[in-house]
Design a protein around this ligand. Structure first.
Ligand SMILES: Nc1nc2c(ncn2[C@@H]2O[C@H](COP(=O)(O)OP(=O)(O)OP(=O)(O)O)[C@@H](O)[C@H]2O)c(=O)[nH]1
Ligand SMILES: [Mg+2]
Length: 502
């Protein structure tokens, strides 16, 4: 029987991890930081056997909005999502955002799980049902079953198991070559590095060699495991853990493409069809965060292509990625003054290598290919610019001063800064104003220390702590609000009790 793969979804604290623990016996919050904060930060994995005897793989995702990237990495390829909504709180921002993501990914099945049923009266349950029904009315998941459960008194789990068991796994192509994106890396004592992910296409055999991204050197496999069982072969739709020979753990990252043939081709220009939702704040905005598989990059819409009745868009990606025709992605607001936006749309990759394909045609005409595509980004400038920003220490540098110090032209500097930002070396605390990430960390710690002595801090107090003028203190404090280090309470700031890390 084909195994099923499910992911949780839903607002922070609505009981996703507790639900998975009740279903599988596994506490997927395994990081010490997760235990300390009682909150999921990264993906959790487990599996269990359904009443029919079928195996079900589980990916537990974080609900906090800061970890949407992790949520997307876990949810993009599952057969079924459980949308967990707490009976006492109902629909909250990430309930909505996660639902949008599941719709844009065309996740084929959804079960609404109303958790914490033990705290709701019959009347409250009826109200919740009505609220959820109207919330789903115009969605792809109008017909989704709804189950009340309590992880406290185990109510509803039999019903939930039956609902899950009725879901059929999607048909996946076994004819295509093996493709998987790494979403988990760990090392096993005595065995070395293990990478894991959900297989999108094809199958993998223990005797295969694998290729990581566009590296042409083959890696040998020591063993394959799926849901805790050693296997000779694992198929699309299943999760697999691959123990690699001779690969260091630190050289592996989430998002790495794994193939069994050395065919990976990266791209930074793709043609896509887009579905922009109508909640976009600024119609003119054309720069977004693109989330695809377990990867994220900044992208810009550079062209609209009308082909007969179809409209496509060309996206320029800041960092090259390995994407394939038919892959679905999410777009989130990318406001340079805000680290996190909300989902504004998504789409499907229509042509992952459009420029290469049109090279023979007359369209290879400088006017039709945006100039920026001809610029070869010079990585040599990265350390130079980063050093200048770092050396300014607790000072903030704006783009104009950087232009003078580095003597780089505007365009090159912009590219360099985007790259540094993407790699989290520097932070843009306000449009055109930069600080080195390490310096921000130091400042953040100073601010956190000050909260040991004060319940709240005014801008003047924060100005003293930061040692900067109001001109820079205010954007810095606003940036602290955006990264959820601080919370605004009228004209003062308090430390966000749920702040995760710097
Ligand atoms: N009363 C009651 N409390 C519950 C139930 N399930 C979870 N909780 C409590 O709700 C809180 C959050 O539970 P989690 O399972 O960590 O929630 P989560 O959705 O995984 O949270 P994030 O992963 O951080 O988004 C914990 O304090 C749980 O003990 C339930 O069925 N009944
Ligand atoms: Mg959790």
């Amino acid at each position: 029987m084909r195994p099923l793969l499910l992911a949780t979804s839903g607002h922070v604290d609505h009981g996703k991890t507790s639900l998975i623990k009740t279903l599988t016996g596994v506490d997927t919050d395994r990081l010490p930081e997760e235990k300390k904060r009682g909150m999921t930060l990264d993906l959790g994995f487990a599996s269990f056997t359904l009443p029919s005897g079928r195996v079900c793989g589980v990916i537990d995702v974080p609900g906090h909005e800061r970890f949407i990237k992790n949520m997307v990495s876990g949810a993009f390829s599952v057969d079924l999502a459980l949308l967990v909504i707490a009976a006492n709180e109902g629909i909250k921002p990430q309930t909505k955002e996660h639902l949008k993501i599941l719709e844009l990914f065309h996740i084929p099945n959804l079960i609404v799980v109303v958790s914490k049923a033990d705290v709701a009266t019959d009347l409250e349950r009826e109200d919740r049902k009505k609220e959820i029904k109207s919330f789903l009315e115009n969605s792809f998941f109008r017909e989704a079953p709804l189950v009340f459960v309590s992880s406290l008194n185990k109510e509803g789990f039999e019903n939930l198991l039956e609902c899950i068991d009725r879901v059929r796994a999607q048909t996946r192509s076994l004819e295509k070559s093996f493709r998987m994106y790494v979403d988990r890396v760990f090392s096993l004592k005595g065995y070395g590095t293990v990478i894991a992910g959900s297989i999108l296409e094809g199958k993998i055999n223990k005797c295969d060699v694998i290729y990581l991204n566009n590296n042409k050197s083959p890696c040998r496999i020591r063993f394959l495991q799926s849901y805790g069982v050693e296997r000779k072969e694992v198929l699309a739709g299943e999760r697999v853990a691959i123990n690699l020979r001779g690969i260091e753990r630190k050289s592996m990252t989430r998002g790495t493409l794994v193939l069994t043939k050395p065919e990976a081709k990266e791209t930074d220009v793709i043609n896509v069809s887009l579905n922009i939702l109508d909640n976009r704040k600024n119609e003119k905005m054309n720069t977004f965060q693109l989330h695809i598989h377990s990867n994220k990059t900044v992208c810009r819409i550079t062209k609209k292509i009308v082909d007969k009745d179809n409209v496509f868009y060309r996206l320029k990606l800041d960092a090259p990625l390995y994407v394939y025709k038919g892959d679905r992605f999410i777009l989130r607001n990318f406001d340079y003054s805000s680290q996190d936006g909300s989902v504004v749309g998504g789409g499907v990759v229509f042509d992952p290598h459009p420029i290469l394909r049109v090279q023979n045609k007359t369209v290879l005409n400088k006017q039709r290919i945006p100039q920026e595509h001809n610029v070869v980004f010079n990585h040599a400038y990265l350390p130079q610019v980063e050093k200048h920003i770092f050396e300014s220490q607790l000072k903030f540098l704006d783009r104009e001063s950087l232009e003078k110090i580095t003597s780089l032209d505007q365009k090159t500097l912009k590219e360099v800064l985007l790259n540094l930002e993407k790699n989290k070396k520097v932070l843009q605390i306000k449009s055109g104003v930069y600080i080195h990430a390490d310096c921000f960390k130091k400042l953040g710690h100073k601010i956190m220390d000050a909260f040991q002595k004060h319940d709240s801090l005014s801008i003047s107090q924060l100005k003293e702590i930061v040692g900067e003028s109001r001109k820079y203190t205010i954007p810095l404090v606003e940036y602290c609000d955006r990264v959820m280090l601080t919370l605004r309470r009228s004209d003062k700031r308090i430390l966000n009790p749920r702040f995760v890390d710097l």
